[in-house]
Design a protein around this ligand. Structure first.
Ligand code: NAD
Length: 432
């Protein structure tokens, strides 16, 4: 099938590469000229395991093309996915201006040859109506098109595998042609498919992400009770998770959730609910718990360091999760900001996110070449991302490098007993 994917970021590039790998002819479009130029040279704009190899293979085979020319690409395609960003505005409302810009450009090439314009970006319920309206008023009378919704559930760090082996594929459609065409396109995935209306499909995505984020907020709230009582949240989570109705995933207490999806999607869901006349208090509280959790990490460090002024905190992990270089809306950014405001000096290390960190962090933050470099002369080691390589750290060496043997394990990665035996003052989340 001939496909265009507009937006060549984490979702768009993975979508384009995977569809090409399944034998489709794919145009990956982006309005970032530098991004398209480097993709044509085989340079990936993001780190995602397995992506570079898949992109290069399909680019060489001619199934994957990169362009800034959305109109030519759309004209040649039957299915056009919109996978551009939907970042949050200060009010929490998602900025859908890129979705509208793309929709208007696609509208200008619509004619009698049938096309499906598919929302893949995460958008609030009823966006499909706006997309349809925008396409109608900006296209010729004989324009033959359908709008559909196909929300994406991939996780950064395992995006290729998630895309190729999804738990489910959600298709929001309004016509038989759209249903049949999209079912044929997704048939090779051999995954369960839910076919529904566009609004329900849009809601499935917001509801799923908000539910997952709220599940983490829930266990973080439990962790706070554990801190007050001496119970161990990892055991509480294990005991809860063995119940099949609850499940063990997303029950890891920590410094809270961040990244480009959970915070913005929950805020967007709260916002659209309010606009529709429903005060989604449950989500508001889950969001507040997450904001509080970052402050709790600061207070835990304070209880070991007393004053921050003149102290250096070595931060290990900046990416919002392991196996990605993405630091957008990462918890690390907020916590570093709070520590700087308290007067602390910051040294940081992340296995993949250092380039992006350099662009995003305050110029006073010292970028280090590894965990040991960060620890050297620091007063506290603060672990914010559970990178596998951090489980292999030589704590004997770290103890010699740190000025004070203090570990704030904000992802509960380490065995408290082991670190205490080595002479560290260990603090975790919801366990001692
Ligand atoms: N990142 C994830 O893990 C994830 C998972 C599921 C869903 N989503 C959703 O998918 C959407 C995209 O997310 P992302 O992480 O891939 O974002 P991204 O920022 O990595 O990529 C978006 C791309 O769109 C391009 N773009 C913006 N406006 C454009 C325009 N008018 N024309 C052409 N290109 C344009 C940008 O240059 C950028 O390369 C968002 O709605 C997000 O919520 C993201």
């Amino acid at each position: 099938m001939k496909i265009t994917v507009v937006g060549s970021g984490y979702v768009g590039l993975v979508t384009g590469a995977c569809f090409a790998d399944l034998g489709n002819d794919v145009f990956c479009v982006d309005n970032d000229k530098a991004k398209i130029a480097s993709l044509k040279k085989g340079i990936m704009p993001i780190f995602e395991p397995g992506l570079e190899e898949m992109v290069l293979r399909n680019y060489k085979a001619g199934r994957l093309k990169f362009t800034t020319d959305i109109k030519t690409a759309a004209k040649k395609s039957t299915v056009i996915f919109i996978a551009v960003g939907t970042p949050p505005k200060p009010s929490g409302e998602p900025d859908l201006s890129s979705i509208e810009a793309v929709t208007r450009q696609v509208a200008s090439v619509l004619d009698s040859s049938y096309k499906i314009i598919v929302e893949k970006s995460t958008v609030p319920v009823e966006t499909g109506e706006w997309v349809k309206y925008t396409l109608s008023i900006n296209s010729k009378k004989k324009a033959n098109f359908d709008v559909a919704s196909n929300p994406e559930f991939l996780r950064e760090g395992s995006a290729i595998n998630d895309f190729m082996h999804p738990d489910r594929i959600v298709l929001g459609v309004e016509s038989r042609s759209a249903k049949e065409t999209l079912l044929a396109l997704f048939e090779p995935f051999k995954a369960p498919v839910i076919v529904t209306d566009i609004k329900s499909a849009e809601l499935i995505k917001h509801a799923s992400n908000s539910f997952l984020a709220a599940k983490i907020s829930f266990i973080n709230a439990i962790a706070n009770i554990c801190d007050k009582t001496g119970a161990d949240v990892t055991k509480v989570a294990e005991g809860m998770g063995m119940d099949k109705r609850i499940g063990k995933s997303f029950l890891n207490a920590g410094a809270g959730w961040g990244g480009f999806c959970f915070p913005k999607d929950m805020l967007a869901f709260i916002h659209i609910s309010e606009k529709l006349g429903y005060d989604f208090k449950f989500l508001k509280e889950a969001y507040n718990i997450n904001e509080e959790q970052k402050k709790i990490v600061i207070e835990k460090i304070r209880s070991s360091l007393w004053n921050f002024h003149g102290k250096t905190v070595a931060v290990l992990g900046l990416a919002f999760k392991p196996n990605t270089d993405d630091i957008r809306l990462a918890v690390s950014l907020d916590i570093i900001d709070m520590l700087l405001k308290e007067g602390a000096k910051i040294k940081v290390y992340d296995p993949k996110a250092m380039k992006k960190a350099k662009e995003a962090l305050d110029s006073s933050v010292v970028l280090c070449k590894d965990a040991y470099d960060a620890a050297k002369g620091s007063d506290c080691l603060l672990v914010l991302t559970e990178w596998p390589e951090f489980t292999e750290l030589d704590f004997g060496k770290l103890k010699k490098l740190l000025r004070l043997p203090i570990v704030m394990d904000a992802r509960n990665m380490y065995d408290p007993a082991v670190l205490k035996k080595l002479g560290f003052k260990y603090t975790g989340i919801g366990r001692r």
